[in-house]
Design a protein. Sequence first.
Lengths: 605, 357
Amino acid sequence: MKRLIERFTPGLVALLLLGLPGVGSANDVPEQVLAAQRARTEAIARAVASAISVFSADGNGGGSGVVISPDGYALSNFHVTSPVGQYMQCSMSDGKLYDAVIVGLDPTGDVALIKLCGRDDFPVAVMADSNDVRPGDWCFAVGNPFLLATDFQPTVTYGIVSGVHRYQFPAGTILEYADCIQTDASINPGNSGGPLFNAAGELIGINGRGSFEKRGRVNVGLGYAISINQIKNFMGHLRSGRIVDHATLGATVSADQDGRIVVSNILESSDAYRRGLRYGDDVIRFGGRQIGSVNGFKNVLGIYPRGWRVPLTILRDGKEHDLLVRLSGVHAREKLIELVQKQAAQDRKQPKPNAPGEDPEKGPKKQPSEPGQEPEGEPDPPNSPHSSKTPLIPAEIAKLIEEKTGYANFYFNQQNLERVWNGCRSDGDFRNVTGTWTLKGQAADAAAVVFQLGAVESVATVPAGRSTVVAGTDFSEQLGPAGSGGLLAALHIWRKVLIEGPHKIGDAYYLGTQPLRGREGLYDVVVVTYDVVELHLSFEPGSGRLVAVEMFPEVGKDPCETYFDDYRDVNGLRLPHRAVVWHGDVMFAEIEFAEFDLAPAKEET
Amino acid sequence: MNCSSRQFDMVCRIAGRFVCCLARTNLLLVSACLFAPRTATAESTFAPVVHRVQPQMVKIYGAGGARGLEAYQSGFVISPEGHILTVWSYVLDTEFITAVLDDGRRFQAELVGADPRVEIAVLKVDAEDLPHFNLDDAVDLAAGARVLAFSNLFNVAVGDEAASVLHGNVAGRTRLAARRGAFESAYDGPAYVLDAMTNNPGAGGGALTDRRGNLAGLVGKELRNKLDNTWLNYAIPISELQYSVEQIISGELRPRSAEPDVRRPAAPVTLALLGIVLIPDVLAKTPPYVDHVVASSPAEEAGLQPDDMILFVNDRLAGSASEFKEALTFIDRIDEVRLLVQRGQMLIETSLFVPDE
């Protein structure tokens, strides 16, 4: 009986509460419910405004996407834009159709960046931190399933997050979904490339894949979205107009019988090996995450572009070691281009509301075809309305497209190269100081150092001795001063770049954005190839200032990293008065420059 | 199944429901007053509920691997000492069943027993103090109730990765038998029909909970309507299978040979006497399929047919051909041999008698 009373007590209390003012009668919907409802509809309204439906200009396929900047940059899937080509049309819920061009592609991550034209005040989606997403959270997808949005109004499907940090193997193609978000919100063919929002209407991912099997290509309760945090990492690279590659550690891991994740294979030519990673090492943390499974390791690897440096903590002989490892590319450059072309050719043969990627474990399969959809793998008869024709591109839009091997759209690379270089110019115009530059300073131990940087020959005088580089001879062989990994060569080319600009030096392109050793944030990177060496120049966002020069003498060797700091005015030109030089894991020098003598143009003929 | 056992079964189930009804009436009163004003905040996210339920989920790996026959399914822990409830399926037709707990620990699981009538099996792993569902606390749901379905569908999660969770509503509570001929299922008892796509490959054995994470049902196997290629998503209410679980755990459904002090009769029944020829016993656990029925034999008289699979012998599980043959050695020739067989998706009970010499 006592038990019964206890059970009833909360009910009685609640009954009393019902009698209090402010709590409505049974017919009234409580204010909190109404508020939640309002919040939900407002979030959906905001989110829908930024969503786009992608249509190919020739009516061949399409999908979804979402605008992320007022000037029209928008995200979609690689497998949506691949069959569509460089020019497409996108509808928004305002009832308008906008021309759009491809900007950058991440084929492995299945991401495409496109740019809508015609406005500088597009409604945009606000990006959330997708690491905050938890299983059980409400979420919703906005998109163009089955290409229904012929009235330009997207479809909203509500669901919950079913899982986070999921790893889905490449599905017979190159598309790999690492660290993705799993949802039961309905994701169907045509939803691909569209946004997944959290309950507040903030962007948490890009939908692109579902698990399908025997029930046809329709949602069965498992959709996967590429996490927006991964895309944030790739954003700078995507804006570069390049075809972007994913990364490998140069080592593989496997789980041993105790569940430890250990290095099972390692390339001696990899940066990981040079940083000290060895066979049998126990991987504890990677990219700031605790690693408990091979999938967990692949999840971390999958969210970074090639070339990024990622912290790695290993356990060896009971002791933890922290390494900072530079990731190498998954694909050789030519291989990646070839794969993209192959995919595009294949996609053009399969016109359809573009289908989310297949479930990886199942491989290619025959499935019941959708109503109004051709069976899979059926090639088009020649001259069918689906076969790829070059659509008529408006002249204004055609200006935004420039084809070049290795690029999704070279136009955007040039735009960024120009932007970065113009930003750097605010520190001065060096075009008139083409004579020899003499830099005098001292290293940390008060030892005097002198660099004389000339057009043809440069000389470094440091306590350990004198070294030279001479233009026209193999720079990868002139890596003085000893132990620096090529500081003099780096400064020689640095001077040349400042005077001539990156365009005139050799092959130069805008890489995208990358983190820098020991600094917060991401930096614009321009890659310059001169002689046989490659220079990575990093520019501070905002100021545009050149803050680092990394010179890679050849593949498989550590670069010479020079970090510039303490910029001060010298005769109207701002120059770095401090340079910290690293080679591998060793700081070679910390140099304070006291004197700059930049000789003006000389009488060279 | 004999009459007395069925009656007992019914009594238990009715008694169970009565208790549930009492509890439910009480709960309804309270919920009507208390929960409505809190709904908005309570459902802003299921994350805390999901977080609490997931440690009880188990990934199960066994036989299969061919296309359309996934070698994995789901389960959940129902006792602190490692009992796991799952669906009875071909995945368990192996000596090596692996259970992976939510924390990533892998165990070789023992098949404690199964009850094909409700399509369940209970496994046991050698562990202690496991987070678990208590079947006694299971709730009954009405149509319209919000539910969460936890499972490792499509084997999305491996190792220490958390099971997947889907949300939906109970569309109705009905008997699966009502759909016989369209959706063929061995289980024909009451089921929650769900509006979410819960019953995917590998989802069988998952946990259906209410929106607060209280256990309500066992996610069933995939069920396809052959006529129109549609799929039914359903879960078996815990109240429908709790009695079987208790029987399995108490050992009542174990093969008799597993009991220590049972005498065998001097003149037992044999396959030859019954007129049953099984398919060749080539695997460690060959399912006891009838290959051939001898003309004018007790088996033919009882209506056995080739391709029938024997599930139970005198209310004891016969998990394999060798277990079936072993079970016969405990039955005297003068006694009745009651068989429960599966024919297609139908369960058929029949009795065989060896004629006097």
